[in-house]
Design a binder for this molecule. Structure first.
Ligand code: GLN
Length: 540
């Protein structure tokens, strides 16, 4: 049976539970153990797919087409294990499954209750789809003390009773604040948080203390004493300069060692920290800066384009440059001032998006990138906008648009709700918005002698999708005559997947989201190539 590690958080949110779980996942994996990481989210949405980025940050998409919490992105980037649909669950999903079953008469006349029905369902999720993994790390979203998280905490308490303490480990992450006024580190919030956890029957085995500075041994002893945790299991985590330092920092604090010791295991081999040291070094010491403009609705929101920000950083690491993102809010962008906004940029990126607000500004920036020969990358909505720009300004279809934004336009982008996936027809719908887009991994074949084929060094690729609208295939011939090549197509030739401009140093649009597959230790070729082109544009 797998060993289960439950990660909870206390005192405040945003302490870095996701990053801690991901770093631990890497350390265990690199010592020869197989790992899965899962996330349980206490909110009532069935998944984050319909939530605004203002509420929840980015929606991360898995290979198998789940719209999930962005923490799954951290897990993938650190462990290099592709997450699955079964790795993220929400209260909403659990309740909707239970209610469906109840309506079918599945509970045989019983009263359906939080305990045992909801907790049983959570316990099923924890174990679901686990094959031969040595470790399953389960992160519980939210903060201990929240009403919403209670059923999850109760379920993991029961789980450890059902399967035995030797198979389950509880890690609790808390804040240990430093009070400037008294020049002291305070352990009380941690004590209270652990007390709260113990009141529901969970005794943490390891406490990770997030702190601005080193915790003196006396304070560690206090935490150990009051929280009933062995002193060597009081692990501190001091703010790192770059997230790539996190696995190194947790290794230095012996988190992985204590976890293995708890389970009476030994490393099968030493962890490989060299690549993390290398990229930390590159990130901290790179001086050359490349300015990339990113134009979107949510650019000022830290987590809204998390994977994209990461993928651009990875591309920078690959090219030994620091990517400086110039974030331009598309809503506020005046089309007449595009030149001013883009004055000092070496590359222009339009990310995925939904809805009409800010689209004319995006289209004006694409025109500028095309005409001034500035490297351009359009992702999903960004590619759709590039098609509209080209149709309006080069093909002279003045009313070209997307039916997502304007029903009466010429549909350069239109709704298609049947997709061919590996020979099977997948149907979408526009009456229900949750989980009905073209989601997950789809194949694209790449045209010979195209820029994209040189970048991927392959004839066919598989990338993750999350969209409802598609480029109108009827525009293919006229676009290509004017130099905009459809260089990637779906295997049945119906859906344009990639466009690129001839006679331009670097102008590519992709209908998928390459950012979800970029990893710090293996940057995505598209981002590496985009940053490389931007770097050489800068040199001109
Ligand atoms: N709104 C567009 C669509 O649904 C693009 C989505 C996206 O950029 N992810 O097709």
């Amino acid at each position: 049976m797998a060993r289960y590690i439950f990660v909870t958080g206390g005192v405040v949110s945003s302490l870095g539970k996701g990053l801690s779980s991901a770093s631990l996942g890497y350390l265990l994996r690199s010592q020869g153990y197989s790992v899965r990481i899962r996330k349980m989210d206490p909110y009532l949405n069935v998944d984050p797919g319909t939530m605004s980025p203002f509420q929840h940050g980015e929606v991360f998409v898995t290979d198998d087409g789940a719209e999930t919490d962005l923490d799954l992105g951290h897990y993938e980037r650190f462990t290099n294990i592709s997450a699955k649909q079964s790795d993220n669950i929400t209260t909403g999903k659990i309740y909707s499954d239970i209610i469906k079953k109840e309506r079918r008469g599945g509970y045989l006349g019983k009263t359906v209750q939080v305990i045992p029905h909801v907790t049983d369902r959570i316990k099923e999720f924890i174990k679901k789809d686990i094959a031969k993994e040595d470790f399953v790390i389960c992160e519980i979203g939210g903060t201990v003390g929240d009403i919403e998280s209670l059923p999850f905490l109760e379920a993991i308490r029961q789980f450890s009773n059902d399967h035995g303490k030797s198979k389950c480990l509880f890690i609790h992450l808390t804040l240990v604040p430093y009070m400037k006024s008294s020049d002291e580190i305070k352990t009380k919030p941690t004590q209270h948080s652990v007390k709260e956890l113990r009141s529901i029957g969970i005794q943490p085995d390891i406490v990770i203390c997030r702190c601005e500075q080193t915790i003196p041994i006396d304070q560690k002893r206090k935490i150990s004493l009051f929280c009933n945790v062995a002193i060597e299991n009081v692990v501190e985590t001091i703010d790192v300069k770059t997230i790539y330092e996190a696995p190194i920092s947790f290794f230095n604090q012996k988190l992985d060692k204590q976890v293995l010791k708890y389970f009476k295991l030994k490393p099968k081999r030493g962890p490989n920290l060299k690549p993390w040291k290398q990229i930390t070094n590159t990130v901290l010491n790179t001086k050359k800066i490349v300015n990339i403009a990113i134009i979107g609705k949510y650019v000022n929101l830290k987590d809204a384009y998390k994977s994209l920000d990461e993928a651009l950083t990875h591309g920078g690491i690959h090219n030994k440059v620091k990517v400086n993102l110039i974030r331009i809010e598309s809503d506020k962008l005046k089309t007449s001032k595009v030149k001013e906004y883009l004055k000092n940029v070496s590359g222009i990126l339009i990310p995925g998006g939904f809805g009409k607000r800010g689209t004319e500004g995006k289209i004006a920036c694409i025109k500028y990138a095309r005409e001034k020969k500035i490297p351009f990358l359009g992702i999903c909505f960004g590619m759709q906008m590039a098609i509209i720009e080209f149709a309006r300004n080069k093909l002279k279809i003045k009313n070209a648009g997307s039916t997502e934004l304007e029903k009466s336009c010429y549909p350069a982008i239109g709704l298609i709700n049947e997709w061919n996936k590996d020979g099977k027809i997948i149907k979408g719908t526009d009456t229900e918005l949750g989980g009905t887009m073209r989601l997950g991994l789809y194949e694209a074949k790449l045209k010979n002698n195209s820029a994209i084929k040189k970048i991927y060094k392959s004839n066919k690729i598989h990338e993750r999708h999350r969209h409802r609208y598609e480029v109108n295939i009827n525009l293919k011939d006229s676009c290509e005559k004017q130099g905009l090549i459809f260089s990637g197509m779906s295997p049945d030739n119906n859906l344009p997947e990639i466009i690129e401009l001839k006679n331009h140093p670097w102008f590519i649009g992709v209908q998928f989201h390459p950012e979800f597959k970029s990893r710090p230790l293996s940057p995505h070729p598209l981002f590496s190539s985009f940053i490389k082109a931007s770097k050489s544009h800068d040199g001109k």
